[in-house]
Design a binder for this molecule. Structure first.
Ligand code: AMP
Ligand code: ZN
Length: 116
């Protein structure tokens, strides 16, 4: 189910250390190593799914869990009232560099729109 060459699978399995702030049966959240905002958390499914293009209809529950975790983490980080951004990059043109699905949760500053 998991990919032995995948960085985020290794983090999910505890093989590579990360600053984990939230865990459940299906998802894991940890701080981004190169934060782009005062709060920058990555929320990943434990299951290896490379990109949004690889999602199957049966994965709907996993996606729900990613957003439920984002809601809870935003509150725990105290960014829920001012506002925050959740982003998922898909493939090269969008800037995806790690090919294990992840939601970026960014908060603690103002964000521009349209994004760069
Ligand atoms: P993306 O460019 O959307 O694929 O996002 C990948 C993110 O993973 C980037 O924001 C990186 O800073 C972050 N990242 C890469 N390696 C690690 C790591 N070992 N621990 C935490 N975050 C990481
Ligand atoms: Zn993976």
């Amino acid at each position: 189910m998991n990919d032995s060459n995948c960085l985020f699978c290794k983090i999910a399995e505890g093989e590579i250390k990360a600053d984990v702030i939230h865990e459940s049966d299906s998802v894991l959240a940890f701080r981004d190593i190169n934060p782009q905002a005062p709060t920058h958390v990555l929320i990943i499914p434990r299951q290896h799914i490379a990109t949004i293009n690889d999602l199957q209809d049966k994965d709907a529950g996993i996606i729900g869990s990613l957003f439920a975790a984002a809601r809870d983490i935003a509150k725990a980080e105290g960014v829920h009232t001012d506002g925050y951004r959740v982003t998922m990059n898909c493939n090269k043109a969008a800037g995806q560099t790690v090919f294990h699905l992840h939601l970026h949760l960014l908060g603690g500053r103002n964000f521009a729109w349209p994004p760069g």
